[in-house]
Design a protein around this ligand. Structure first.
Ligand SMILES: [Zn+2]
Length: 93
């Protein structure tokens, strides 16, 4: 572990560099955020799943705690996922 900026809470802390649960990106997570199951919000949005399309376990362990941490409702999250898809793949037909 070394002092780095956590990708979730932004604190300078002892971080583990581990693979995101949503991609192959290696990011820095502090011990507290790992313990809470928090994921970087952008990573979660980029994953491309709306709230109800995650499997139950992942939703329980990662998605719900992360949205709570970032103070987002599932409706806000779904809207962010949809608008990210539009940015990535062009305008919706
Ligand atoms: Zn953190």
């Amino acid at each position: 572990m070394e002092m780095k900026t956590c990708c979730v809470c932004g604190q300078q802390s002892n971080c583990h560099s581990i693979k995101s649960t949503c991609s192959n990106n290696v990011l820095d997570y502090c011990v507290n955020c790992i313990r809470q199951g928090y994921e970087n919000y952008d990573e979660l949005v980029n994953y491309g799943f709306t709230f109800d399309t995650f499997n139950n376990k992942f939703r329980e362990v990662v998605v719900i705690p992360t949205l709570r941490y970032y103070n987002k409702t599932k409706e806000q999250f779904n809207a962010d996922v949809e608008s990210r898809k539009e940015t990535k793949y062009g305008q919706q037909a």
